[in-house]
Design a protein around this ligand. Structure first.
Ligand code: LLP
Length: 415
């Protein structure tokens, strides 16, 4: 693909240069059309059985974007009290929030109980604590189906090497602890990891979870987690999207056998995060300096590792387009290392990347930045987190989060 932003008219009636002039650099920009399209795709993932999609808000928790997910009929999962509070502010009622915490305090679990939020416990100890504060209550448990998958070992959340979930061999203890507190386990969930393009391990995990499900009697719901991948090499290698049609057909077959054998139909759920917003977000930054060291070209931008953490944390690849005077340029390809403005040598967005010639004052447009972009940003080096702007369906730019101010940065200090 020659240019993604051009092919989808990403900036609507605006262009990247004007957006940076108006809202400052760096800047997260989202496209509402793309986002709504992807949310619709997720909401219709399973059609044959009762089904809901819980959007996993850790991928992107911008309030305006959450409201779009609400409008598109999605429910949500939350990992923390902060995420629950935000979802309630966005207008999600408690029955549309599924709380999937890991290693939390009595107070945090109490908050969920007080607000009638369905909670999934991911260890025997947390189940016991939950039972102490909500005896006779209804809850779910997170199980480890024995198979994990993901783009990096740091994001694989099932199988042998993970802190998450309850394994098969602990089920007897789980039932004892639940019985001790008279807890009714009404649902089970899993999440095997983040970003797979090949659905085979996921489908294997689904089969394993459904086998474990049979030990629980009749469940109200079974949640298979998220992880559906996004093609991060769409421009550089013409990578194709996740094949949802094939996936859906195979997924349904696995559910068919469960329903036939188990003799009942629970509510099925999934929990995608990345897929919802990833492709609908780009990150714009300004090139402030071009230099050479030992024959290598460096393009120094204001997109530090605090603004987009994924490349430095996981070595993740994001395609980059070069924009000059508001237009994508594609000529004179050469190898360049694109860096940020943070005081670390690992502050690199793209290493030795073949890109169109980059000059000072160009804009680097980092693709597929709508998920785990802003949500993982920090104030490292006392840098301000950027603003976020939505290109609405009418093509206009709307500010949906302002840039940090220095007052924001200093707010928590004792002066
Ligand atoms: N459900 C649970 C319980 C999760 O922990 C996650 C992601 C999801 C659902 C959504 O997974 P998704 O569909 O987005 O793959 N920061 C990493 C990804 C970490 C994912 C953590 N859990 C990255 O930037 O690649």
């Amino acid at each position: 693909m020659e240019s993604f932003v051009r092919s989808v008219n990403f900036f609507g009636n605006c262009d990247a240069e004007r957006l940076l002039e108006e809202f400052g650099s760096p800047l997260y920009v989202y496209n509402e059309d793309i986002i709504r399209g992807n949310l619709k795709r997720l909401a219709g993932l399973i059609t044959k059985y009762p089904y809901t999609t819980n959007y996993s808000i850790k991928a992107n928790s911008n309030l305006s974007l959450l409201k779009i997910a609400l409008e598109e009929g999605l429910n949500c999962d939350a990992m923390s009290e902060g995420e629950i509070r935000l979802l309630m502010k966005a207008g999600f009622t408690p029955d549309r929030i599924f709380y999937v915490p890991n290693n939390v305090s009595r107070e945090e679990l109490q908050f969920a109980v007080d607000n009638n939020i369905m909670t999934s416990l991911d260890s025997i100890d947390q189940l016991d604590l939950y039972g102490q504060i909500n005896p006779g209550g209804r809850c779910a448990v997170r199980l480890n189906p024995g198979v994990g998958a993901g783009h990096h070992e740091k994001v694989i959340t099932a199988g042998k090497n993970t802190k998450f979930a309850i394994t098969d061999d602990q089920l007897d203890t789980l039932f004892e602890v639940a019985a001790k507190h008279d807890l009714k386990i009404v649902g089970i969930n899993q999440h095997i990891g983040s970003l797979f393009m090949n659905p085979t391990p996921f489908l294997e995990s689904v089969k394993n979870l459904l086998t474990m499900a049979k030990r629980f009697g009749k469940l109200e719901f079974i949640d298979f987690g998220g992880g559906y991948g996004v093609p991060y090499h769409k421009v550089s290698e013409d990578e194709k999207p996740f094949d949802f049609d094939r996936f859906e057909a195979e997924f349904e077959k696995v559910l068919d056998s469960f329903v036939e054998e188990a003799g009942y139909v629970p509510l099925f759920k999934t929990e995608p995060g990345r897929y919802a917003f990833c492709e609908g977000g780009v990150l714009l930054g300004r090139v402030y300096a071009v230099k050479y060291n030992a024959g290598r070209k460096y393009a120094g931008t204001d997109i530090g590792m605090n603004i987009l953490t994924r490349p430095s944390l996981y070595g993740s690849w994001h395609d980059i387009e070069v924009i000059r005077n508001g237009k994508v340029v594609t000529d004179n390809p050469e190898y360049v290392t694109v860096t940020g403005n943070i005081c670390e040598s690992g502050d690199i967005i793209a290493k030795e990347r073949l890109l169109p010639e980059i000059r000072t004052n160009d804009i680097a447009c980092v693709l597929d930045a709508g998920a785990y972009g802003y949500s993982m940003a920090s104030n490292y080096n006392m840098r301000l987190r950027p603003a976020e702007v939505l290109i609405t369906c009418s093509g206009d730019a709307k500010l949906i989060r302002r840039r940090d101010t220095y007052e924001d940065l200093f707010r928590n200090f004792e002066f």
